[in-house]
Design a protein. Structure first.
Ligand SMILES: [Fe+2]
Ligand SMILES: [Fe+2]
Ligand SMILES: [Fe+2]
Length: 281
């Protein structure tokens, strides 16, 4: 099989991992705090590792990791029906990884896909167990229908965080600069924390998280990537700062200030990297 075909198969797997991450996070957030939500978040972290391994492999092969989101099964009610959807998603993943393992002969990639497959099989069994658990414990969707300036601000934040998670991950996969790669991955993980904090705050305040993203910068040169990343960080720092001043709830104010200060740190890290990159060029 030629390289381009392998890249296409791995990108299909990558897209489906992306869909699974968002499906599972949406379910975990909608349940509020609790053991089941924690277990589902742990599964979504496994999928994030898969996404990372697949994207690194695609970049090593000379491809560009896809940012498309694969199939998601978001319908249904109550929570046990969501868990059944998660079982179905894992069934599809198991089937697809088996097909791709059979189709690809490169031993290193085969080994990687087998490694991922074993996780998906374990996830499948866990979600089957969660169907029963959700029924037995009567686990509910705790989201409310609140919609006002506060929930709009939190959903704006979620949209921003999701966008930069994808952007920084893409930049980390595509930049040849080792320090940039490492920092981008680190800051993407920090943005994942922000997304989680905002979503939990939103559900705690009777709102509904909307996990969608906007355009991602696809610059080819490292310096251009950093310039785009600095621009977006400056913009959101100002927006979080304004929101923190306007919001009255003291805990939410503190949260927004904490995120704002993280964003200031990101700007400074990226500015240093840009200086070094420009000196080289
Ligand atoms: Fe899985
Ligand atoms: Fe952030
Ligand atoms: Fe940031």
């Amino acid at each position: 099989m030629d390289k381009d075909k392998i890249i296409a198969l791995l990108n299909k797997d990558l897209e489906d991992e992306h869909g699974a991450i968002i499906q599972y996070l949406s379910h975990a957030y909608a349940m509020g705090e609790g053991e089941l939500a924690c277990e589902i978040e742990a599964i979504s972290r496994d999928e994030m590792r898969h996404l990372d391994w697949l994207a690194e492999t695609i970049a090593e092969l000379g491809g560009v990791p896809s940012l498309k989101r694969g199939k998601m099964l978001m319908e249904g009610n109550p929570v046990s029906a969501w868990m059944q959807n998660d079982v179905s998603l894992e069934e599809d993943a198991v089937k697809q990884y088996r097909e791709h393992i059979a189709a690809i002969s490169d031993p290193k990639i085969k080994r990687l896909l087998k490694r991922i497959l074993s996780d998906e099989e374990a996830h499948h069994d866990k979600f089957e167990h969660f169907v029963e658990k959700a029924e037995k414990e009567g686990i509910k969707d705790v989201r409310g229908i609140r919609q006002d300036e506060v929930t709009d601000t939190l959903n704006w934040g979620i949209k921003h965080e999701y966008t930069v998670i994808l952007q920084y991950l893409l930049h980390s996969y595509m930049s040849p600069n080792e320090e940039v790669k490492e920092q981008m991955e680190d800051q993407a993980i920090n943005e994942m924390q922000h997304l989680g904090w905002l979503a939990e705050e939103l559900v705690g305040g009777c709102g509904r998280p909307v996990i969608e993203h906007t355009d991602v910068d696809r610059s080819k040169k490292t310096a251009d990537m950093l310039k785009a990343d600095i621009a977006i960080e400056k913009e959101v720092t100002a927006r979080y700062d304004r929101a923190a001043k306007e919001i009255e709830d003291p805990d939410l104010k503190k949260l927004l200030i904490r995120i704002r200060d993280n964003e200031i740190y990101h700007t400074e890290v990226f500015q240093d990297l840009l200086k070094q990159e420009e000196k080289k060029g």
